[in-house]
Write a protein of this length. Structure first.
Length: 350
């Protein structure tokens, strides 16, 4: 059976070109920054660099900077000595120390707090750092590969990311193209995920139907490769393709936006709607569209509210207010229950 790397770099001119570049830089022992939208496979690119480098037999350590609270990230990266803080009863090596001789992948580097960035810069410059509570420096030989979905140049202008650190991690830059720009990979990836997950979960299932594959080809995949894999997993686990056809057919935002108020029928006599005003109809249609757009952003970021707020370009606080306003937490629970029971998702459950 093919590996994810074989499938990931085939059938697409863009990915084949990227594969060639990776072959050229794998043994050039400098930091690499991999950019791209969420779910495009940036970590796969990073792993491919490591596996084709002279460090391939050494440790590969992955750190998701967005998933670790900033109060813990420093000790996670650099470790701590006994007594460094309350509860530190034993010495613990950090990720850089564990990856000595190998590679560290720092995912979502844009999320790292600026208070830790100076120490990270020291590692990149000198290959040295000190544990929390430690007295001396530790020297390591570790290659650093970073990934980001953020605009780091914008973060620099906002004072959230150090410019000198950016230049250190951006010696070589790669960009993972979104799946909508390499649609020729959709079906090979879908079949690969189907077969690997069918074996992983021990499910007997027929091949994906031509109808579902056609939906896959027509869909824009805003969640990219990750969304494709998750939808394929749902098919495997539920044992039927209908659980994903509805969302795929209704992917266009235009289909969510009614031309008029939902309760108002196009041929309804004017005398029956005298209680309405144009302003009210417009307001309700706008709220309906806003609710569906927010719900879609939440679903496509797997209810990562911080990420959804960035997609929607609103503040995190504003998103929480609108979730409460439109009671989206309630509809999320209803939708999840329907999915678990295998019931169709209704418009009101979106």
């Amino acid at each position: 059976m093919e590996t994810i790397y074989q499938v990931f770099f085939s059938d697409s001119p863009k990915m084949e070109k990227l594969n060639t570049v990776i072959g050229e830089i794998a043994n050039v022992d400098v930091p690499v920054l991999i950019k791209g939208e969420s779910g495009t496979g940036k970590e796969i690119l990073a792993q491919a660099i490591h596996l084709r480098s002279r460090r391939q037999d050494k440790p590969l350590i992955k750190v998701n900077c967005a998933a670790i609270p900033k109060t813990l990230l420093e000790s996670e990266l650099f470790g701590f000595d006994r007594g460094a803080f309350t509860g530190a009863n034993l010495k613990k090596p950090g990720k850089f120390e564990l990856a000595n001789g190998g590679t560290v992948i720092l995912s979502d580097i844009g999320e790292i707090d600026i208070s830790i960035q100076a120490k990270l810069l020291q590692v990149l410059q000198d290959g040295e750092f000190s544990r929390l509570g430690g007295e001396g420096d530790i020297k390591v030989d570790t290659r650093v590969i970073t990934t980001t979905k953020d605009d780091l140049e914008k973060s620099i202008s906002q004072g959230r990311f150090r410019e000198d650190l950016y230049f250190r991690i951006n010696v070589i830059s790669l960009t993972a193209p979104p799946l909508r720009e390499r649609k020729e990979q959709i079906l090979p990836l879908a079949r690969f995920f189907y077969e690997t997950n069918r074996q992983k979960y021990g499910k007997l299932a027929p091949p994906l139907s031509p109808r579902t594959l056609q939906y896959f080809k027509e869909y824009d995949w805003p969640g990219n490769v990750r969304e494709l894999e998750n939808l394929v997993k749902r098919i495997i686990l539920f044992g039927e393709e209908e659980v994903i056809r509805g969302p795929l057919k209704n992917h266009s935002l235009a289909r969510f936006v009614p031309a008029v108020r939902p309760e108002l029928q196009p041929d309804e006599p004017l005398k029956t709607i005298k209680s309405l005003t144009l302003k009210r109809v417009g307001k309700e249609a706008a709220e309906f569209a806003e609710r569906e757009f927010i719900d879609r952003a939440l679903r496509e970021t797997h209810w990562n509210r911080k990420e959804a707020a960035k997609v929607l370009q609103i503040s995190y606080k504003a998103l929480l207010y609108k979730i409460k306003k439109y009671r989206l937490n309630e509809t999320k629970n209803i939708r999840r229950l329907r999915e678990e029971l295998g019931w169709p998702i209704q418009l009101g459950d979106r």
